[in-house]
Design a protein around this ligand. Structure first.
Ligand SMILES: [Ca+2]
Length: 228
């Protein structure tokens, strides 16, 4: 895959992020506005119908890539877990993981109506993560969480039920590549907010430095309901 994020500083030496896996949870393969190629949903458990793909036709705010967020994998809380993505990676090492979310069910478009613990490689990234709240109190709005973890063979993202059914819109896994050996050309993945100067980084004091929220502010209209 061509994805590169130029000029990312990883400690004293410059490095770049190269896509290892870009998964469009709940949706099909597509190429985003930056030319990154996302694969169709996969690597998840439990299989359908214990988890479901949900979709909306509403516009998604806070992104140029509505298609990434207008579909989501929904894990049904009353079906057997655990609720996981297990994504193959090429080698043991450090990986950047960015999880993409948007609340696309209008019945969940209020604070506290859908919360989940988000666990990456066994470490809690967020407890009681509330997509709607993270988006500044807005549905149909793109939000991301990012972290860097060490992983070997597979990278596991787990969703633990807190309130209602966990959902996730997309998962991006990037590896760090020294700038001196990285390809010099390639589109950036604009939705991954890693640049220290990014104005999109959250100022929420409850968010740890390894996380980033990218909220927008406008609510949206009605959509369809989804099964539980
Ligand atoms: Ca999706």
């Amino acid at each position: 895959m061509p994805s590169m994020i130029p000029s990312f500083q990883n400690g004293p030496e410059a490095s770049q992020l190269q896509a290892v896996a870009l998964v469009n949870c709940g949706g099909g393969a597509f190429t985003d506005s930056e030319g990154n190629e996302w694969e169709a949903d996969g690597h998840y458990q439990p299989a359908e119908p214990d988890s479901l793909s949900i979709q909306t036709t509403e516009t998604i705010l806070g992104t140029d890539d509505d298609a990434l967020y207008s579909s989501a994998r929904m894990f049904r809380r009353n079906r057997p877990g655990p609720y996981l993505y297990q994504i193959p990676i090429p080698a043991a090492g450090e990986y950047n993981v960015t999880l993409h979310f948007a609340e696309i069910d209008p019945n969940r478009a209020a604070t506290g109506r859908r919360t989940a613990n988000v666990v990456v490689e066994g470490t809690a990234l967020e407890s009681g993560f509330d997509i709607f709240e993270a988006a500044g109190g807005a549905g149909f709005t793109a939000v991301t969480l990012s972290t860097t973890v060490f992983a070997n063979e597979t990278l596991t993202v787990a969703f633990e039920v807190d309130k209602f059914n966990p959902i996730v819109s997309a998962i991006a896994v990037h590896q760090f590549v020294p700038a001196s050996t990285a390809p010099s050309q390639g589109p950036s993945l604009a939705s991954v907010s890693l640049a220290p100067s990014s104005a999109a980084l959250s100022t929420d004091p409850s968010v740890s430095p390894t996380d980033s929220h990218v909220p927008s502010s406008l609510p949206s209209g009605l959509g369809s309901d989804f099964p539980s």
